[in-house]
Design a protein around this ligand. Structure first.
Ligand code: GLV
Length: 322
């Protein structure tokens, strides 16, 4: 064991405030297999002596929880987004944060987007209505090549989603802050690019991170730029959307429908108008569940690097927010 290895306290904490907790057993088993050792993973709040904890896996941790571990050397976000960590006013300063890169999660997010894009594209809600009326009628068909899909955010998830939609034959474009290039996907960037992407998106898919720059980005102005009758899929963060503007855009027919997996407040409060809006589908933040089977390798790689004193992968820039 190297000198740096000795300095990392031995136990791992799994810290989450999310309803249902986390898959502690799954993480313990998969991390142990990936590291080739019996990992001592303790689930919050039964984390034992706080001094034992060297590494924390966290998803929506209770505020102040991570600050309790005096020997913490690494925080691993078990979600791709890290806003849930940066929201903690007591988040230990100086402790590196890394994101997991989970190919399972990335693939599931793409599945969610593709599922709803196809649902809308193939008029499934209209056919469900017609079935209730015992009505045998064809809804005018839209050629896939002319259905323009726009993906906001071209990181791991956005790029995978856009590539797969392009493979299905959709006229696919994406937008990112800095320029990207993806085969088969028209890439936009910057402020003008944002407007241009909205203007050509019959189906808009949000996968952006939550940062001060993206807060409230999808407001009345943005919805008005979309082609009339556009469809919106939010699998990123509820904070991107001005809820009242979204409802107004749906009520006026500017938007045909919206599928929302994420909300300003989660769980979505029972009295929120989204629950009962006829053109909104609500899912409880399930678009991309983290899968310990596919995510453990990326965590284990960073644990090895930390112990060996090597540079960490997928480090989060706290100032940028991702
Ligand atoms: C889920 O929302 C994530 O950030 O991975």
């Amino acid at each position: 064991m190297s000198e740096s290895a000795k300095r990392v306290a031995p136990a791992f904490a799994w810290v989450t405030n999310a309803r249902g907790g986390g898959d502690t057993e799954g993480w313990r088993e998969r991390l142990s297999a990936a590291l080739g050792e019996a990992v001592d993973l303790r689930a919050w709040p039964e984390t034992g002596d706080p001094a034992d904890i060297g590494i924390a896996l966290a998803w929506k941790p209770p505020a102040g929880a991570l600050a309790r571990f005096p020997n913490l050397r690494l925080i691993v976000s078990t979600g791709m987004g890290v806003d849930h960590l940066l929201a903690d006013p007591e988040l230990p300063v100086g402790v590196p944060i890394v994101r997991i890169i989970d190919p399972g999660l990335v693939g599931q997010m793409a599945e969610y987007a593709i599922y709803w894009a196809l649902h809308h594209h193939r008029d499934m809600d209209a056919y469900a209505d017609q079935q209730r009326q015992r009505l045998w009628r064809e809804v005018p068909f839209t050629d896939t090549a002319t259905r323009r899909v726009g993906v906001l955010g071209l990181g791991e998830i956005g790029a995978d989603t856009a590539r797969k939609l392009a493979m299905l034959g959709f006229a696919t474009a994406g937008w990112s802050r800095s320029a990207r290039s993806i085969d088969g996907v028209e890439c936009f960037c910057g402020g003008d690019g944002f407007n241009a992407l909205l203007r050509r998106s019959d189906i808009l898919i949000d996968v952006l991170p939550m940062t001060p720059q993206t807060a409230g980005l999808l407001d009345a102005r943005a919805f008005a730029l979309l082609p009339r009758g556009a469809f919106f899929i939010n699998m990123a963060r509820g904070g991107h959307v001005i809820d009242a503007d979204l409802i107004a855009a749906l009520d006026s027919g500017q938007l045909a429908g919206a599928v929302l997996d994420v909300f300003h407040v989660e769980p979505l409060p029972a009295e929120h108008p989204f629950w009962s809006h006829p053109r909104i589908r609500v899912t409880p933040h399930i678009a991309g569940p983290t899968n310990p089977r596919t995510a453990a390798q990326s965590v284990a790689e960073n644990v090895r690097r930390l112990r060996a004193g090597q540079p960490l992968l997928h480090l989060v820039d706290r100032a940028a927010g991702y």
